[in-house]
Design a protein around this ligand. Structure first.
Ligand code: ARG
Ligand code: GLU
Length: 729
């Protein structure tokens, strides 16, 4: 009797549990959400503390006293964390990749060998790389909304928002060295002002060889179990007042008021973790129609186009080391989204995302019908979104092919940039000094050719155009397609031979000659029109920029106000629930717990990996798992110094934090506010979290600080870097 009652109780409990997790809504699951640091006190701190956070919301974000946020920086498109009082910044190897590559050559190959400055004098400056701190943020919704009224159409509204934003930004930074930006949240329902401090002299301090920092390469990218030592060090430099300054030999290491202590104690199951960083973009509120379009059309086409581009690059990279270095960064970035889209599609299908979104929409529609006020405010929302998406379908594929095929041709992008400069920089073009224009152009051209290998691009050219012609309506075909049909037997290969031998834009010599002529003749730009690549780009612009992009943008502009109402309605429908806004490159906190997961039936993935796993993968013989001899020596000798946890050398770990692109390099922080890892990826089964988060499968991947410390000290012999840091057990 007892037993059966208990059984019933368990059944009911399980059922409730199941219901809770299949609830028809946008439920906020444990781990889901990217929260604004200034709102933690209001929405999150209690839950965080229940999960094991032992500090206060003020410790994370405060404008009255130093707080954790003063150690978190945006660096390039990534995040980083300050880990010493001398402005030392820890981020990912893949975030430093371009910087490392730019200092590399075949003879001095820091990508392959790693780079370690043994003194501050040896630290390498990086043009264009900046580090940004958030000084403060402020809710300015009321002030922005006060200049808007319901009679405005979306363009008028946006214009008004821009004006008031400009005023608020100026006001916020007046008399300071800071920058400010007003960002929109929930599609323009709320606005926040962010004040930033930007440092321009950022130097490379250390990076492991790719065989550590990119161990597993593209084979392991977006996957767990992972063994990548994806980290690198930079240093912020300032002038003698400790203020930002352009690069100068006189600059000194930035004296950081706050740096994050490191905890080398190792993670355990269910430990509290938080990720503090600058996530780029998510689309949590997409409707079923949009998700359907993504799964069925956008992702599959984009994946196929990138298959071809990757094959074209890969083939030439295998043949020559010079090409390998030139294309390393391009290849990694093309392959990154290519692989994510594949995981995302599988994840969305497995979650039955379209049906779940439909269920939300049905519930929303019912709720709207529940009152006349709601009817008058929201009844147009879903039908409006639906009909806009129907119109968008037609342009979306062409839009994607423009990005992923036409502008995937490197020379098309180059010629386009080149022309834009000659067209828009009238200051340079007109007047008496054509030399000014040509010097800018020759710089652009120098940058382009440094990493260009014509055979790769020629192949991309013919493949991309062939696929464009096959998949995109004739009305969107650039005019030169006609010439290919009549003059080249419809064969883009033959056309490519012709174009690449005729155009001046595909060799440094050709461009140099062109610039010479331009410089002799101030009216020169007209002369460009005879070049075949200029005609090609002109045709592409004529059809793509004018017919596709403009329509696509205008339809998307019409989506915004509908989404604004949709999300406003959802929030009204569920007033007790804490919603979080889509990522938009502003500083956010995600929190969760260290936890393994079941990637598929009967298979369980442990929460951390170890150095033994590196050796295991190395034995497969796959070149992505090549390792430096020194690493094997240390492993064989059991020489891991102070950095083992229970006798093991931990490499990476996973936790249930909600992260996205831009969170790379984000500090992963324990319940005491100490750094335990650096975020760099998500697991394959959870890559759909930009659109739909699944607490059972979404995990962020971090490199364990123990591995960072071990590699830096024992492998690279750069123990002096550790001496700057505050390391706790
Ligand atoms: N997937 C990670 C991120 O989105 C790492 C990318 C770099 N690594 C690579 N093998 N391509 O950025
Ligand atoms: N690797 C990504 C980045 O560069 C982070 C992974 C993700 O998208 O979660 O930001």
């Amino acid at each position: 009797m007892r037993a059966s009652l208990k059984f019933k109780f368990i059944m009911i409990r399980n059922l409730l549990f199941l219901l809770a997790f299949t609830a028809v809504s946008f439920p906020v699951f444990p781990g889901e959400g990217m929260w604004l640091p200034s709102l933690l006190e209001k929405y999150n701190i209690e839950e965080m503390q229940r999960k094991g956070f032992r500090l206060s919301a003020e410790d994370i974000y405060s404008t009255d006293r130093p707080s954790m946020k003063d150690a978190v920086v945006r660096i390039g498109g990534c995040t980083g964390v300050v880990v010493s009082e001398r402005g030392l910044v820890l981020t990912n190897h893949h975030c430093a990749y371009r910087a490392i590559q730019s200092h590399s050559s075949v003879d001095n190959d820091y990508l392959t060998d790693g780079f370690w400055a043994m003194t501050e004098d040896e630290e390498l400056p990086n043009r264009g790389l900046t580090v940004t701190f958030l000084v403060r943020m402020e809710d300015v919704t009321e002030r922005v909304l006060s200049v808007l009224d319901d009679g405005m159409d979306e363009n008028q509204r946006q214009a008004a928002v821009n004006i008031i934003s400009g005023i608020l930004e100026d006001e916020a930074v007046e008399g300071t060295r800071y920058n400010a930006a007003v960002n929109s949240f929930y599609f323009g329902s709320e606005y926040y002002l962010f004040v930033y401090d930007v440092f321009e002299d950022v130097r490379l301090v250390g990076a492991p060889p790719s065989s550590v920092g990119k161990f597993g390469g593209d084979t392991d990218n977006w996957m767990w179990p992972r063994h990548t030592g994806d980290f690198a060090f930079f240093r912020i430099y300032a002038d003698d007042e400790n203020e930002p300054a352009p690069f100068s030999g006189e600059n000194v290491p930035y004296r950081s008021p706050v740096h994050m202590p490191v905890s080398a104690g190792g993670v355990r199951e269910n430990d509290f973790t938080m990720v503090f960083g600058f996530p780029g973009s998510t689309r949590q509120y997409l409707t079923s129609h949009a998700v359907d379009m993504l799964i069925r059309m956008r992702n599959p086409h984009s994946i196929r186009l990138r298959d071809e581009r990757l094959a074209a690059m890969g083939r030439e990279m295998e043949r020559s080391d010079t090409v390998r270095i030139k294309y390393a960064s391009k290849f990694a970035s093309v392959s990154n989204a290519w692989k994510r889209w594949q995981g995302e599609n599988r994840g969305l299908e497995r979650l039955d995302a379209i049906e779940r979104k439909r269920a939300i929409e049905r519930r929303f529609a019912e709720w709207v019908e529940g009152s006349p006020e709601r009817m008058s405010r929201y009844s147009g929302v879903l039908p409006g979104l639906d009909s806009l998406y129907s119109l968008l379908e037609h342009f979306t594929l062409a839009f994607d092919y423009g990005q992923e095929a036409l502008y995937a041709i490197e020379a098309v992008r180059f010629v386009n940039d080149f022309l834009r400069l000659t067209e828009t920089r009238t200051d340079l073009r007109q007047g008496t000094d054509p030399a000014r224009l040509t010097s800018v152009l020759s710089q652009v051209s120098g940058n382009f050719f440094r990493d260009y290998h014509q055979p790769v691009d020629r192949r991309i050219f013919s493949m991309m155009l062939t696929m464009y012609r096959e998949n995109i309506d004739e009305e969107f075909h650039p005019a030169f397609f006609g010439e290919v049909t009549t003059g080249f037997d419809s064969d883009f290969d033959r056309f490519a031979d012709h174009v690449f031998s005729e155009s001046a834009f595909v060799t440094p010599r050709g461009v140099a000659d062109l610039l010479y002529v331009l410089e002799q003749d101030a009216a020169g730009p007209d002369l460009l029109e005879d070049d075949i690549f200029v005609r090609i780009v002109g045709d592409i612009r004529a059809v793509y920029n004018e017919n596709v992009i403009s329509e696509w943008n205008s339809l998307n502009d019409q989506l915004t106000p509908l989404y604004r109402l949709f999300v406003e309605g959802l929030r009204e429908m569920e007033p007790e629930r804490a919603f979080y806004p889509d990522a938009n490159r502003t500083l956010r906190v995600a929190y969760g717990q260290v936890r393994g997961y079941y990637p598929r039936d009967a298979v369980y993935y442990n929460k951390y990996t170890t150095l033994s796993g590196v050796m295991e993968k190395n034995l497969t013989g796959d070149p992505d798992y090549n390792i430096p001899d020194r690493l094997r020596e240390l492993y064989d000798a059991g020489d891991m110094g102070r950095w083992t946890v229970n006798g093991e050398m931990r490499v990476g770990f996973i936790a249930s934090n909600h992260t996205t692109g831009g969170n790379s390099g984000s500090p992963v922080i324990n319940g005491d506010g100490h750094l335990i890892g650096v975020n760099f990826d998500r697991v394959w089964e959870g890559t759909m979290s930009d659109i739909m988060f699944d607490p059972a499968k979404c995990r962020n991947i971090s490199v364990d600080v123990n591995y960072i410390l071990f590699i830096t000290e024992m492998f690279a012999g750069a123990g002096h870097i550790l001496e700057e840091m505050t390391i706790l057990r």
